[in-house]
Design a protein around this ligand. Structure first.
Ligand code: NAD
Ligand code: UDP
Length: 320
């Protein structure tokens, strides 16, 4: 059935894919964004669609809308961007969650939170299952994001228990793909852009820290599945949190070498200082997503990277 769906952060990297997919499924989509890291370019192709609406708004402020579902993605996701104005980042996660949960409560909409693997901090358990409570520094340079997202999860569960708000939570692990911003600052886009331009590839620390990389299409499928699941666990609705990511794990130096080889680049790999609190090891346990959502990533990293390389090559060659 056709639904009216609000996507906050809808002009961002993940949000723009989500808006497009929801429109293709026949829904009305309201995209809300303050364009901090989002770009009009990401959603230009949707503007003419009569089922698409764009609202410039900051979720730190309340808003009155009538919708059936809310995907709450508004929040800068790259360390460079979320550390630029850390107080604002916390406000976006916390006040944004309160405003969106208040809206969901008023109009009885189901609301899904885009949470993050960062809630596990620098994990002592590997791979990370949802039951792991994390190891987060409350006063470090990543804390505005990590603690903001943790508190947002708390708010989601309190609105669920106290006000019966219909919630869902996904914990997203590093996701990449075409349409990431060239200057986004995250590792996949940095390395690809550097390799294509023949600039030094900047590995932070010794590059022995690990991450696992999920292709954007797989992630969007999982988000929509989680939003619409009616499954139960022990007689209660399955609301999450559920990890979404690709468990295949790479060291950052391996990723740099892989991208250098795939782009046939003459770039030099150089080492820069490791930012503080940079998690050493990260990989999702996805048993819950497999069993409850019948989901696992389909896109091999080599295929996803190739698509992303092709995207950036065209963009850079066209001087866009
Ligand atoms: P992104 O920076 O491309 O998108 C975030 C969007 O939110 C942007 O369009 C930005 O302008 C908007 N925004 C930021 N603050 C806002 C505010 N106060 N009011 C309204 N809009 C605001 O990042 P992304 O990669 O698309 O991430 C989307 C969501 O997914 C974020 O909540 C992020 O924390 C979460 N997430 C992403 C990843 C990933 O690897 N991409 C991993 C974990 C979690
Ligand atoms: N990183 C790097 N060089 C870069 C950008 C990132 O070595 O140019 C490293 C970063 O230190 C981290 C990993 O790559 O260990 C992933 O960084 P990203 O910012 O993509 O996401 P994070 O998982 O840290 O939030």
């Amino acid at each position: 059935m056709k639904k009216r769906i609000l996507v906050t952060g809808g002009a961002g990297f993940l949000g723009s894919y989500l808006c497009e997919k929801l429109l293709n499924e026949g829904n009305d989509v309201v995209c809300l964004d303050n364009f901090y890291t989002g770009q009009k370019e990401n959603i230009f192709h949707l503007i003419e669609n009569p089922n698409f609406e764009l609202i410039r708004h900051d979720i730190i402020q309340p808003i009155l809308l009538e919708v059936d579902q809310i995907y709450n993605l508004a929040c800068p996701a790259s360390p460079v961007h979320y550390q630029y104005n850390p107080v604002k980042t916390t406000k976006t996660s916390v006040m944004g969650a309160i405003n969106m949960l208040g809206l969901a409560k008023r109009v009885k909409a189901r609301i899904l939170q885009a949470s993050t693997s960062e809630v596990y901090g620098d994990p002592e358990v590997h791979p990370q299952p949802e039951s792991y409570r994390g190891c987060v520094n409350p006063i470090g340079i990543r804390s505005c994001y990590d603690e903001g997202k943790r508190l947002a999860e708390t708010l989601f569960f309190d609105y669920y228990r106290q006000n019966n708000v219909d919630i869902r939570i996904v914990r997203i692990f590093n996701t990449y793909g075409p349409k990431m911003q060239e200057n986004d600052g995250r590792v996949v886009s940095n390395f690809i852009v550097q390799a294509i331009k023949g600039e030094d590839i900047t590995v932070y620390g010794e590059g022995l820290q690990t991450r696992s990389f999920c292709y954007v299409d797989d992630l969007i499928d999982a988000m929509i599945k989680m939003m619409n699941t009616e499954k139960e666990i022990d007689g209660e609705p399955f609301v999450g949190p559920v990890n979404i990511g690709n468990p295949q794990e790479y060291t950052i130096i391996d990723l740099a070498q892989k991208i250098k080889a795939m782009t046939n680049s003459s770039s030099k790999i150089i080492y820069k200082e490791l930012p503080s609190d940079d998690p050493l090891q990260r990989s999702p346990a996805i048993d819950l997503a497999k069993s409850m959502l019948d989901w696992e990533p389909k896109t091999e990293v080599d295929i996803g990277l190739q698509k992303t390389i092709t995207y950036f090559r065209e963009k850079i060659n066209n001087g866009k």
